[in-house]
Every structure is written in C-alpha cells, then in structure tokens.
Design a protein around this ligand. Sequence first.
Ligand code: HEM
Ligand SMILES: *[C@@H]1O[C@H](CO)[C@@H](O)[C@H](O)[C@H]1NC(C)=O
Ligand SMILES: *[C@@H]1O[C@H](CO)[C@@H](O)[C@H](O)[C@H]1NC(C)=O
Ligand SMILES: *[C@@H]1O[C@H](CO)[C@@H](O)[C@H](O)[C@H]1NC(C)=O
Ligand SMILES: CC(=O)N[C@H]1CO[C@H](CO)[C@@H](O)[C@@H]1O
Length: 344
Amino acid sequence: MPPTLSASPLLAELQVSSLSLFYIVFFLQLFAVLLLLEYTNSQGLQVGFYKNKCRDLEPTVIKTVAHFIWRAPSLAPSLLRLHFHDCFVRGCDGSVLLNSTSTTQAEKDSIPNQTLRGFQVIDAVKAAVENVCPGIVSCADILALVARDAVLLINGPYWEVPTGRRDGRVSLASEALANLPPPFFDISALKASFNKKGLDEKDLVVLSGAHTIGIGHCLSFSSRLYNFSGKGDTDPSLDPNYAIRLKELCPPTDVTTFVQMDPGSSKIFDTHYYKIVTQRRGLFHSDASLLNDTVTKTYIETQLKSLHPSFFKDFGVSMVKMGNIEVLTGSAGEIRKNCALVNS
Ligand code: HEM
Ligand SMILES: *[C@@H]1O[C@H](CO)[C@@H](O)[C@H](O)[C@H]1NC(C)=O
Ligand SMILES: *[C@@H]1O[C@H](CO)[C@@H](O)[C@H](O)[C@H]1NC(C)=O
Ligand SMILES: *[C@@H]1O[C@H](CO)[C@@H](O)[C@H](O)[C@H]1NC(C)=O
Ligand SMILES: CC(=O)N[C@H]1CO[C@H](CO)[C@@H](O)[C@@H]1O
C-alpha cells in the first residue's frame, strides 16, 4: 500500500473534525450575537416603559399639550422641531432644553436654535407629570411624547413612542452648530448628516416631510434670494416667480418676518409639502435638493401619485428611529427635576 492511501482516511477524519469544529465555533458566535442583541434590546427603549411606574403619563402629556395647541395651533410645528433638534445633538437626551450657565453657552443659544419655540409647553408638561409621578419621567421622553402628541392633535399620524430615555447633563452651542443640518445643505451633505445619526435617505425624505407644517424666517432662506453665488443672483433651483414673491416679503436684511413653509396648507399635516417641492417652491435649498437624488425623488413622486400614500405610516417609523439616536438608558444620565437645569 502506498503511504498516501493510509494517510487519506486520516486526512478525511481531520477534515470532518475541522468541519464540525467550524460549526461549533459558528454556533457559539451566533449564540454570542443573539445574547448581545438581547442585552442591547433590554438596554434600549421600549413602548410602555413607564407602565408600572407612571400609569397616567401619556394621558397627562396629551391633555397638557392639547391645552396649548387648541389655543395656539402654530405651536405644533415648533414642538415637533424641538425633538429633532434634541436628537441630532448628543442624542435624544433633553440637552436642547438646558439653559446656558455662567461658563457654557447651551444649544438653546446657538444660531440654529434662535427660532426654537415652545419651551413653556415642555415646562408645563413636566410640571403636570411631576405632579402625578415625581422624579420618574425624563425630559428627553417628554420631548418625544410631546412631538408625537403635537402632530396627532393637528390630525397628523399617530405612532407609539418607545420610552426609557435619561437626561444628559451637557449642552453646548458649538455642538448644535456642528450637528444640525443648515438649510443651505445640498443632498450629499444632508445624506451625510443623517447617516451620521444612523438615518438613511428614506428617513431624510420622510422626516423632511415635517416641513408640511410651520414657518421659516426670512433669514433662513434669504441667501437663496439675494447674491446666491456671489453674483447678485437667485438660487436657480427656486421657481423664479416664487422668488419674486419671497423677495417682496423678505427685504435683504429682514430678521423678523416669517413665511409658511407649505403656503396655504402649513397648518395641515399632509403630503402637500412634497407637491410644492416638485413645483420648485420648497422654501429651503435643502428642500429643493430632495429632487437631486433618485431615492428621495422617487419617494416624493410615489407619494404624490398614490391614492393611499404611505407618508403617515412612514413618518411614525422614521420618528421612532430618530427618537433612538444615541439615547442614554439604564443608569446613565439622570431624571432632571427641572428641564432647563441639570440636577445639583
Ligand atoms: C433635513 C434637514 C432639515 C433642515 C435643513 C431643516 C431646516 C429648517 C429650518 C431652517 C427651519 C426654519 C426655522 C426658522 O427660520 O424659523 C425649519 C423649520 C421646521 N423644521 Fe426643519 N429642517 C430639517 C429637518 C427637519 C426634521 C427632521 C424635522 C422634524 C421631524 C423638522 C421639522 C421642522 C418644523 C416642524 C419646522 C417649523 C417650525 C415652526 O414653525 O416653528 N425639520 N427647519
Ligand atoms: C432658563 O432661561 C429662560 C430664558 O432665559 C428663563 O426664562 C428661565 O427662567 C430659565 N430657567 C431656569 C430654571 O433657570
Ligand atoms: C455678493 O457676494 C460677493 C461675493 O461674496 C460680494 O463681493 C458682493 O459684495 C456681494 N454683493 C452684495 C450686494 O451683497
Ligand atoms: C442639483 O444638482 C445640480 C447638478 O449637480 C446642481 O447644479 C444643483 O445646484 C443641485 N440642486 C440643489 C437644490 O442642490
Ligand atoms: C429660544 C432660544 O433660546 N433662543 C436663543 C437662541 O440663541 C440666541 C443667541 O444666539 C438667543 O438670543 C436666543 O434667546
């Protein structure tokens, strides 16, 4: 017998055992991954987090928000925007609510936040919630619930809000400037900004749909009207007739005037914003740039063509994703007593 023949069964056996070893290692790894998933899930947010700790939380929140919105519906967009500005800076940790201190300038006092409104609503909700369950509910969770209820109260979509966020202790104006996408961004900068927060192009086009409600100040888009590229010109992506109208409303140095983002429909949560975007009448360059990408453009066209647009359902899904950005959970952070101040 040639030695090679006697060696081959051994070789076969070796191969079998290395194959089973491969499977053992494979399943061990799979098991480890599953364990890790289980662990991160239990560390994550959950719908009904306060079920046993603060049963009346959600009714208390919506009652207080309704009290404000029925008297001043224009607060609804502002309250939705607060949650976005919270989540994009240091995650959804309530940092947008903190006041500046003698040593640090907070997010509130940064350029993108100059036009934020509705802090008094958050304070009132926090007070009402502290009244029914003191020291239990974070300001970050209140922002997420208020954003949902604000949209619902103007007949927008409803979605379930996972909770369990904890409040951060840091708020820096410089981080707001670095993390919030400005209105002059083009599509690649917007995609990069959202990707950095774990959000994709669909989330970008869906969440931009929030601009179906609310207003924008002249200063947020006047660079499109005057001297767009340093030649005294107007942004070519803006409908020229609409540009003329906007110039009438917004003289070059106007800092107080504001206009509806979705004129005529700016109090109604619907797909009309997508319509004005296709008409080249989106208020910001960032709105216009949604036509410069296949995924975002196709989404917009599909919503407008469809008899039953998926926008409402999609909006809830993307809001939950946004609400998950870099959250503090477990024993991280704190439950603030006053949303404007870290606990002492
Ligand atoms: C895609 C990147 C985005 C950019 C560049 C952007 C930019 C802006 C700007 C410049 C304003 C006007 C502020 C003013 O002049 O008063 C505004 C308003 C608003 N934004 Fe956005 N935004 C973006 C995404 C979002 C998202 C993700 C949401 C929420 C899900 C949102 C909700 C709103 C709302 C509701 C208003 C109206 C606020 C009011 O009426 O007080 N935006 N946005
Ligand atoms: C936070 O700042 C606002 C505006 O300056 C002020 O009205 C409010 O009283 C401050 N809140 C606290 C708790 O200091
Ligand atoms: C337009 O921008 C250019 C380049 O930044 C600048 O030199 C020029 O003075 C600006 N014109 C006006 C009217 O502001
Ligand atoms: C869309 O892309 C074109 C070609 O690159 C560019 O000239 C235009 O400024 C872009 N529009 C927006 C709104 O970003
Ligand atoms: C709502 C709010 O706090 N706005 C502030 C934004 O920042 C400017 C300074 O850049 C403050 O003057 C505003 O009060």
